[in-house]
Design a protein around this ligand. Sequence first.
Ligand SMILES: [Zn+2]
Length: 65
Amino acid sequence: MTLSCERARDLATDLLDGEVPMDLRRQVEEHLATCPTCPELYRAMLAVHRELTRLRTSEASAASE
Ligand SMILES: [Zn+2]
């Protein structure tokens, strides 16, 4: 079974938050490996996620100083 792009992107969002069970995670990774469009979107999502995480982290360390 392969995921639809819509479903894969949905799951990818959850995946960034670490809320996806291993078997679903694997399905998303399989989709990303075979889909021509999703990897690019996923990379963009990942970049945004990293930036948000970085901001949260720097806020947290600023608050603890
Ligand atoms: Zn796709």
